[in-house]
Write a protein that binds this ligand. Structure first.
Ligand code: C2E
Ligand code: CA
Ligand code: CA
Length: 568
């Protein structure tokens, strides 16, 4: 028995079909043949089963080879199609090849049939494999590997297409942008695997509740987007946003652990808020920021948001210039020792005086800078400016340490210690003049790198303190294993000390930290009462509005001369 081969023959002459079959059997095949001679019969045969090859006569009473070819190519781009005809002329043959036939054979020359078929079967196999890998490559380029959802590129393509269609059909569409609140903390605490799993679950849930033609995409990190390409009315938008929020009310179960997922959703509408993908994405982003700030769950873009809110993306573009053009400046806030009443140092806090938007608070540009990678040049600028000021004070006879805040990304920068060493040399400063403040979550997001960088810095003699202590999830004992010398208790605990519970937390944190050999600083001290209480609890140092607000360098110089707190 030869190789089984499924052959569809389009032929009106029974004898010709029989000749063809015999030729295949002679060639060592076991052909399974169906012969058709009309378009309807051919369509039915194609529907019924898969085929390996199609042979077609050119002219028949009720059908012709050209129509057969068109019909075949609708759904079968790779199936070999060969004309076997007595009447076909050179010109028609060439035209047929152009429209997608694989070859043609003259009925009088059937000995070519088997070798031609063998060659075409091989090539069809190659084409199918090629197509498969093409589809895969395309899939990879347009989908996110973790959640298998469409990625940013595909969303942008679809958004563009949807805008064109909406313009034409004169109806609105909406873009929803969302990211998970506190995902970073979840990721840091539970580990990346479980963080990834959570993102997959969120992706699945969104795809489950939003069906075609709506598109769910993952833009990267913990950011998802939903495109509602065709709205009948704007009420639909509220319904969809509420549906998403409602679906996420139930905690996600991750390895038996219930995890609360909260989202902020920002919404932009075509044509009201923009007419191209970039603008709609930017507007949705601004609205998302507002949703998160208000804790409302979702917000629809409004022009006034763009005026008063961070203008994140626009500002990011300007931040780079701001660093070069010296629009950034530092304010300094003193820290005092509670036992000696001496000023022990200042914390340098970045400020941005924007020529148009005026003063922009650090929380509005530090977080976007962290996300975009601009935090590196920003931190370099702050380090340089802070150490330069420290040098200036030394020349005026004022010995005071400066502390600079570092971000998560700075701790992954293995060049940071060298850069700091270089700056200390430039300004003729001892390493002990510099302190670095780092939040616990920024260490825990990549402990290996962070510990490496911190160990080198502390080895150089630089003081390192944990900032905003109490807001993350890490334990005191795990922090004490790090090369840190002090701990800043977050201002939310200090400001809340009028409540008994918070006072107890502060008191026991101070006790534990001392036990572990750490110095304790309280930040956010707004009253003399608090200062006294902290003193009684044994807190080492304090910082806050009661002592001084963060002020420009010249004001601080004056304050140092005039205030009741003394320099050492
Ligand atoms: P932080 O490091 O926790 O800085 C302390 C913040 O608390 C400052 O806010 C300061 O002005 C404020 N503060 C000080 N005393 C009091 C008080 O008595 N009561 C209250 N309610 N607040 C007080 P600011 O300057 O707005 O900075 C906010 C955050 O921005 C900083 O928090 C820090 O995380 C970040 N940041 C500021 N400058 C830089 C920088 O140069 N680099 C990095 N990476 N982050 C910075
Ligand atoms: Ca700080
Ligand atoms: Ca702090």
């Amino acid at each position: 028995m030869g190789e089984i081969i499924r052959v569809l023959i389009i032929e009106d002459s029974y004898e010709d079909a029989e000749l063809l079959t015999q030729e295949l059997i002679k060639g060592g095949y076991d052909p399974q043949i169906v012969v058709v001679d009309t378009a309807e019969k051919m369509a039915a045969a194609l529907d019924q089963q898969a085929w390996d090859i199609v042979f077609s006569d050119y002219s028949m009473p009720h059908f012709n080879g050209g129509q057969a070819l068109l019909l075949l190519r609708e759904d079968n781009p790779d199936l070999p199609f060969i004309f076997v005809s007595g009447t076909i002329g050179e010109e028609i043959a060439v035209a047929a090849m152009r429209t997608g036939a694989n070859d043609y054979i003259i009925k009088g020359n059937l000995k070519r049939l088997v070798p031609t078929m063998a060659r075409e079967l091989d090539q069809a196999k190659l084409r199918r494999e090629h197509r498969k890998s093409e589809v895969m490559v395309k899939h990879l380029a347009y989908h996110d590997a973790l959640t298998v959802l469409p990625n940013r590129t595909l969303l942008q393509d679809r958004l563009q297409a949807a805008i064109t269609a909406a313009q034409f059909g004169n109806y609105p569409l909406a873009l929803l942008l969302m990211d998970l609140n506190r995902f970073k903390e979840i990721n840091d605490t539970l580990g990346h695997h479980r963080g990834d799993y959570l993102l997959q679950q969120v992706g699945l849930l969104l795809s489950d509740i939003l069906f075609e033609p709506n598109l769910v995409a993952r833009l990267g990190g913990d950011e998802f987007a939903v495109l509602l390409p065709r709205l009948t009315g704007k009420d639909d938008i509220h319904a969809v946003a509420q549906k998403i929020l409602h679906a996420l009310e139930k905690p996600m179960m991750i390895e038996g652990l219930p995890i609360e997922v909260e989202l902020g959703i920002g919404i932009a509408i075509y044509p009201d808020h923009g007419a191209n993908p970039e603008t709609l994405l930017q507007r949705a982003d601004v609205a998302m920021y507002t949703a998160k700030e208000n804790g409302n769950g979702y917000a629809i873009y409004e022009e006034k948001l763009n005026q008063y809110s961070p203008r994140r993306l626009v500002l990011l573009g300007e931040l780079r210039h701001a660093i070069d053009k010296n629009e950034l400046l530092l304010h300094f806030q003193p820290k005092v020792d509670l036992e000696s009443d001496c000023v022990v140092g200042v914390e340098a806090l970045a400020r941005w005086q924007h020529p148009e938007h005026g003063f922009i608070p650090p929380n509005e540009f530090i977080i976007p800078a962290e996300k975009s990678g601009l935090i590196k040049p920003l931190t370099q600028w702050v380090l340089n400016a802070a150490l330069q000021q420290c040098h200036t004070w030394q020349q005026q006879g004022i010995q005071i340490n400066v502390a600079v805040n570092l971000s998560r990304r700075n701790l992954q920068d293995s060049q940071l210690p060298d850069l700091i060493a270089q700056l200390l040399l430039t300004y003729h400063l001892e390493p002990t003049c510099l302190g670095l403040e780092i939040t616990e979550s920024s260490i825990m997001s990549d402990p290996t790198h962070a510990v490496e960088v911190l160990t080198r810095l502390s080895g150089m003699g630089i003081q390192i303190s944990i900032d905003d202590f109490g807001t993350g999830y890490s334990s005191l004992s795990s922090l004490a294993k790090l090369p840190v010398s002090s701990l800043k208790i977050d201002k939310s605990f200090i400001l809340g000390m009028t409540e008994n519970k918070n006072a107890m937390i502060v008191k026991s944190t101070i006790g534990l930290a001392h036990h572990l050999g750490l110095n304790v600083v309280a930040e956010g001290v707004e009253s003399g009462d608090l200062l006294e209480k902290l003193s009684a609890f044994g807190c080492d140092e304090a910082q806050g509005y009661f002592i001084s607000r963060p002020v420009p360098a010249e004001d601080l110089t004056r304050w140092l001369r005039e205030s009741s707190w003394r320099l050492k």
